[in-house]
Design a protein around this ligand. Structure first.
Ligand SMILES: CC(C)(COP(=O)(O)OP(=O)(O)OC[C@H]1O[C@@H](n2cnc3c(N)ncnc32)[C@H](O)[C@@H]1OP(=O)(O)O)[C@@H](O)C(=O)NCCC(=O)NCCS
Length: 360
């Protein structure tokens, strides 16, 4: 029988608790109800991650995603999120794998993120075991969960197609630049002004519109206007697929995102730009992720430029910029990046694939 030591960070549950209390063991001997026998024979222990585990997790995550790991930036906030659990698999006490599960879509979806296995333990089935363990854990705590979703960028094999349905796909355009160089280039192109002040919230000019909270709610929740813009009715924000429902919007509203559309009364292209965050590839390296929805190249390019303009105004250092977009837009957008913006293409076409399986 696997003993699951559950150390709860308690998150926002009680602000009166002291930090010393955070370290207390809460559910010391919580065992999984009806844990499948195969899982209990793996010899792995599973614990909920705490701040103290950070260094050990980073040690096993070296070189992950080619140095572009988002986990260092997200880790602390993940531990605080009430709808999320970060689970570690341990072998003889040592952390060998991590997975985060987050319950979204009004409690109906388990979103899997952050999955990683220590290099020396890969190819032995650890990821599969951890995935199954987390599913059991979520099922035991969130009875409404019906499906599991994850976003992948690797090549899916025949086994994956048996297991998963494809919800949607976006092309991934990854470019690299120096923030200062791009700022100069944008000036040369006549795009150096303060876009923000030149942008209005009316839909009468042709400039993209940056949305405030009220406009976001109106567009995404109160009307059907985004139905034809979003890929399979999915808001993908920095790899996380959300259905446009109020509980998800509450999650999204807590994040630093610029929401943009071309026209609030008849949107054709929409984009979400996640504020830049550091990645461990080197000093002064940032990730800038732009999720773009819609099929019109000119409008997509306009919004891309707006996001770049805003962030190059304040950013210093190197930027890895990922644009997720409708696959047919990838090539012309890549050409625009290379030939007009003079930025470097980091890799050829790859795909972001949102997949789903039933919880069994
Ligand atoms: C991808 C990775 C986690 C696989 O770990 P592993 O222990 O070698 O994988 P396994 O031996 O358990 O075999 C693959 C199992 O994991 C699943 N898997 C493999 N890659 C996966 C991925 N990217 N996302 C989700 N599941 C994945 C497979 O579906 C399979 O599940 P099954 O046992 O139910 O069939 C590991 O190679 C790794 O840490 N890579 C670097 C980080 C990374 O790329 N993470 C993926 C993020 S999407």
């Amino acid at each position: 029988m696997i003993m699951v030591s559950m150390f709860s960070s308690l998150g926002q549950q009680d602000n009166l608790l002291t930090s010393c209390y955070f370290k207390m063991k809460i559910d010391t001997s919580l065992t999984m109800p009806q844990l499948p026998e195969a899982l209990s024979q793996t010899g792995l222990q599973f614990t909920v991650a705490t701040e103290e585990d950070f260094d050990e997790i980073m040690a096993m995550s070296q070189d992950i995603y080619g140095g572009l790991d988002y986990l260092p930036t997200r880790y602390s906030s993940w531990l605080q999120e009430t709808n999320r659990m970060v689970i570690l698999a341990r072998k003889q006490g040592k952390v060998i794998a991590l997975e985060s599960v987050c319950v979204i879509d009004n409690g109906e979806t388990m979103l899997v993120e952050g999955l990683r296995v220590a290099p020396q333990e890969r190819g032995k089935g650890v990821a599969g075991v951890l995935l199954r363990f987390c599913s059991e854990l979520v099922k035991s705590r969130y009875t409404d969960v019906k499906v599991c979703r994850l976003t992948r960028d690797d090549q899916l094999g025949p086994k994956d197609f048996q297991k998963y349905r494809i919800i949607t796909k976006q092309g991934i355009l990854l470019v690299r630049f120096s923030a200062e160089d791009l700022k100069l280039r944008l000036c040369e192109l006549g795009l150096g002004g303060d876009f923000q002040s030149s942008m209005s919230t009316s839909s009468t000019n042709s400039l993209p519109v940056r949305l405030d909270q009220i406009a976001i709610h109106r567009l995404y929740l109160a009307t059907d206007l985004m139905r034809s813009v979003l890929p399979n009715s999915t808001i993908i924000q920095d790899w996380q697929p959300f259905k446009p429902v109020p509980s998800n919007m509450a999650i999204l509203m807590k994040k630093d995102i610029d929401w943009m559309v071309d026209d609030v009364s008849n949107p054709i292209v929409a984009s979400l730009c996640t504020f830049p965050f550091r990645v461990p590839i080197g000093d002064d390296w940032y990730y800038l992720n732009i999720d773009m929805f819609g099929k019109n190249l000119d409008l997509a390019r306009q919004q891309f430029l707006c996001h770049l303009q805003k962030h190059t105004a304040t950013l210093q250092g190197h930027v890895m910029c990922q644009i997720f977009l409708d696959p047919p837009l990838w090539k012309p957008m890549a050409e625009f990046c290379l030939n007009t913006l003079n930025v470097e293409l980091v890799k050829e076409y790859t795909e972001q694939c949102v997949v789903e399986s039933d919880m069994v």
